[in-house]
Write a new protein. Structure first.
Length: 380
């Protein structure tokens, strides 16, 4: 037979599948409404297992796994459709609705903001991008920034989440699993590292370089060219610059920003020593309570899925079914569970779209644990 003949056969089969799919979804909804009327739970795991086993028994060996995947997805879609028509609004989506009503229409120009580090840190630069007149309070560690938000010492906090070359800031992801907060803005900051030292010092004089471990990682190529130089991590690039400025030693330098060079009156021994010219760090601005400002088109969430085969695939299929694009997917191990993971998602889409609400309700009811981290705008 010719190719067009096979395609005609596929089209005929697809036509039947579409009609049967529509019929099946309608019947599944009838079943859900009957169960709800009778006071019975809609999900029936035993029935699902029986159906999967029946499908596998009826298929040839080479199609058993394909059939299992198809019917697993089909059942998930049915449950999602049932929930969207028979369930009340979920707790999370209701909370999102409340936040939309309570949040002012204009993002604040000034506020108390907690940053890790000292004056001149990239978190302070990110803060200045988001707020016109921020009152910045500096803390030594990332946990202290979270604590400042929880205790009400600051309304907002600024934290680095990921870098385009060095990857994610794992400590911040781990802290996100422990603390309750909401992301209200995010911003991408161009990161250019310079080797800074006291004025009058030459590059050949340097024996020790200080900087944050992320900056050190981002400048690995340049650092590998230096002979007899010790590289020491410290808490912040700006703290490294301040330490060099306050020291009387002339054999130390810092990997830091140009703004720190001016702030601490240092000299630049070599500019732009990062490995990649396209080096950006993404910062998130967090608050204690949810705040969703107009134009929010990005949402972050954390999910814990059942430790079973296909659980991530079936979760991802929900995003596809609701037409939601995933911008980021990150996994982090859960310390209290052996070989189990939390998944961090960034998705795009308006919080006002009905499909967004359906997705949130769907995920909240189907995941082992669901944490909504906020909906916001990202500044570039």
């Amino acid at each position: 037979m010719e190719l067009h003949t096979y395609r005609e056969q596929i089209n005929e089969i697809d036509e039947q599948l579409l009609q049967l799919f529509e019929q099946r979804m309608k019947v599944s909804l009838d079943i859900a409404e009957w169960k709800k009327k009778e006071g019975r739970p809609v999900p029936d795991l035993q029935r699902e297992r029986e159906k999967i086993n029946e499908v596998r028994d009826r298929l040839p060996e080479e199609l058993k796994d394909y059939g299992t995947s198809l019917y697993g997805l089909l059942m998930d879609l049915s449950k999602s459709y049932q929930r969207s028509h028979t369930s009340e609004q979920g707790k999370t989506s209701a909370g999102i609705g409340d936040a939309l009503k309570k949040t002012p229409q204009v993002f604040p120009e000034d506020a108390a903001v907690a940053c890790q580090g000292v004056e001149g840190a990239y978190s302070q630069i990110a803060c200045a991008r988001i707020f016109r007149h921020p009152n910045v309070l500096y803390f030594d560690t990332f946990p202290a920034v979270f604590s400042a938000i929880e205790k009400g010492l600051c309304r907002y906090g600024m934290l680095p989440l990921e870098n385009s070359t060095a990857g994610s800031v794992n400590q911040v992801y781990d802290l996100m699993m422990q603390h309750h907060f909401s992301i209200v803005r995010s911003v991408r900051i161009k990161v250019d590292h310079h080797l800074l030292a006291r004025k009058g010092v030459a590059l050949s004089d340097i024996r020790t370089i200080y900087s944050h471990e992320q900056a050190i990682s981002q400048c690995a190529g340049f650092l590998s060219t230096l002979q007899g130089v010790n590289v020491v991590p410290c808490e912040n690039t700006a703290a490294a610059a301040r330490m060099v400025a306050e020291s009387e030693r002339e054999d130390i330098a810092a990997l830091s920003s140009r703004s720190c060079m001016d702030l601490y009156d240092l000299a630049c021994l070599k500019a732009d020593v990062q490995d990649s010219a396209n080096n950006y760090t993404r910062f998130i601005c967090i608050s204690k309570e949810p705040e969703i400002y107009p134009g929010a088109d990005r949402t972050s969430m954390m999910l814990v899925l059942p430790h079973t085969p296909g659980s991530l695939y079936r979760t991802l299929s929900r995003f596809y079914a609701h037409g939601i694009n995933i911008n980021k997917l990150e996994s982090r191990p859960m310390p209290e569970r052996n070989f189990e993971f939390m998944f961090y998602f960034d998705i795009e889409g308006s919080v006002y779209a009905p499909r967004f609400t359906r997705l949130i309700d769907d995920l909240e009811s189907s995941c082992e644990s669901f944490v909504y981290l906020g909906s916001y705008t990202e500044i570039f």
